[in-house]
Design a protein around this ligand. Structure first.
Ligand SMILES: Nc1ncnc2c1ncn2[C@@H]1O[C@H](COP(=O)(O)OP(=O)(O)OP(=O)(O)O)[C@@H](O)[C@H]1O
Ligand SMILES: [Mg+2]
Length: 237
């Protein structure tokens, strides 16, 4: 059985249908890419899975727990971690304090939260920056910091929204290495990404959205040869 099951999810914002009847699954320990042109409904799907905006219809399951309709905090407790497309880094706080914000979501004990936060900073290779103001770190470092903060809720599934955008090739590789390490810990990764050279080589499956609908779902090589997918991407330019 899959870890995450998205079943017939539709999300409407007034007259806009941001997701229409979308179904897909993420297996335990897998890396799945969620791709598609701008405005395709990728971040909307993350907001449904993580409890920020409940779906208009359809259900979302994490193992045997129905998580659609839960609050963000309840989703975090259930095992969903996420990063945000629009950075929510507290720039005047240190790297350690930023990760502790994540850790506090599931554990109110300061010493435990602090110890866990240090572990996660080390995990994303930012241990030496723990006392540095987040706002003075590079974009690449801030992205890894956001991943550490999302990991601090001890997720079963980590949602990453464009964590590779704007990074140079070396920095993309650093992030890819972090993603692989996360997967090797047994945490599934659902990754929204426009940087296809980052996600395609490591994904077990790719789900493609276009105008809110799923247009393809399969292995990276199948999806990248799919005429509908090629048309959706060419149409973007
Ligand atoms: N909170 C909201 N209120 C109203 N409309 C929204 C809201 N969030 C998203 N939308 C609309 O839903 C559609 C899908 O947006 P979404 O942000 O999910 O796309 P996306 O695939 O993440 O795009 P991008 O690649 O540019 O980040 C867009 O038309 C957007 O304007
Ligand atoms: Mg988005």
């Amino acid at each position: 059985m899959s870890l995450l099951r998205v079943e017939n999810v539709t999300k409407k914002f007034g007259g806009i249908t941001a997701n229409q009847d979308v179904s897909f699954e993420v297996g335990a320990g897998k890396i799945v890419g969620l791709i598609g042109p701008n405005g395709a409904g990728k971040t909307t799907m993350f907001n449904s899975i993580a409890g920020y905006f409940p779906p208009t219809s359809g259900d979302i399951w994490l193992n045997d727990q129905k998580i659609s309709g839960l609050t963000p905090e309840q989703c975090a407790h259930a095992g969903i971690g996420r990063t945000f497309q629009v950075a929510r880094t507290f720039t005047s706080m240190t790297a350690l304090e930023n990760v502790m914000v994540g850790a506090f979501l599931i554990n109110r004990d300061v010493r435990t939260a602090r110890r866990n936060a240090i572990d996660f900073l080390n995990f994303v290779n930012l241990g030496r920056f723990k006392d540095k103001a987040a706002g003075s770190m590079t974009i690449s470092e801030q992205r890894r910091l956001a991943v550490a903060r999302a990991l601090a809720v001890n997720p079963k599934l980590l949602l990453m929204d464009e964590v590779m955008a704007g990074l140079n090739p070396t920095e993309v590789k650093d992030m890819v290495d972090v993603v692989l390490k996360i997967r090797d810990r047994g945490i599934s990764c659902l990754i929204v990404e426009h940087v296809l050279e980052g996600i395609m080589p490591i994904a077990d499956a790719i789900v493609v959205l276009d105008y809110g609908k799923k247009i393809a779902d399969g292995k990276p090589e199948e999806v990248s040869n799919n005429p509908q997918v090629i048309a959706a991407y060419l149409g973007e330019e």
